[in-house]
Write a protein that binds this ligand. Structure first.
Ligand SMILES: Nc1ncnc2c1ncn2[C@@H]1O[C@H](COP(=O)(O)OP(=O)(O)O)[C@@H](O)[C@H]1O
Ligand SMILES: [Mg+2]
Length: 186
């Protein structure tokens, strides 16, 4: 396995402790981070907006490469940082087993077998956005459709994004190429 799950925490009395929906992983190369992104994609059933938190060069864009690949949305080399474009949009699909609340049509939501549904993947980098007023010009609320996965690098800068997000993926550089990657879903 390219990336190993270090621990899955259970609920605790400590309000700051990670919840049961927190998953912690260690990767030791960008390839392992892309492989982890492929695995994590299965947990990101739409609609989802997640903050991607971590210093410059932590591996946020690298992780998106794996998520996009798993969705059939783009090849890893096609994923580049949206630092200047601000938003990159990709069309992908996700395989669902059985009934899914978020299915795009009533007919497919009643299917009990494997169903492939379209997913819109939006990859944003709001590092250069200054203030809520400038953020508003992106029209982010329009991205939050039932079939969308919205991944926002530097999203923690904006309370609006945090308030509307379903959680975050944070990446810490431990040393060298080693990264600690934590997925927290609310
Ligand atoms: N374990 C790792 N996971 C992700 N990237 C890594 C890892 N080890 C080294 N790297 C390198 O770190 C850089 C991460 O860049 P990038 O994904 O663009 O970061 P960010 O989007 O967080 O600024 C890349 O050059 C990548 O090759
Ligand atoms: Mg980036």
């Amino acid at each position: 396995m390219a990336a190993e799950e270090q621990s899955v925490n259970t609920p605790s009395a400590d309000p700051h402790a990670p919840s049961a929906r927190t998953h912690v992983y260690i990767t030791r190369s960008s390839e392992e981070t892309i492989a982890l992104g492929r695995e994590l994609a299965a947990l990101l059933t739409p609609p989802k907006m997640l903050v991607l938190r971590g210093d410059l060069g932590a591996g946020k864009t690298t992780l998106v490469k794996g998520i996009a690949a798993a969705l059939g949305a783009a090849e890893p080399e096609e994923i580049t940082s949206p630092t200047f474009a601000l938003i990159h949009e990709y069309a992908g699909h996700m395989e669902y087993v059985g009934h899914m609340e978020c299915a795009a049509s009533v007919e497919t939501s009643r299917a009990s077998s494997l169903t492939s549904l379209p997913v819109h993947l939006y990859h944003l980098d709001v590092y250069r956005i200054e203030g809520q007023r400038q953020l508003n010009t992106l029209g982010m609320e329009e991205l939050l459709t039932p079939d969308s996965i919205v991944l926002v690098e530097w999203g923690e800068k904006f309370p609006w994004i945090v308030a509307h997000s379903h959680g975050e993926i944070s990446i810490h550089t431990l040393h060298g190429e080693e990264r600690k990657i934590t997925l927290s879903l609310r």
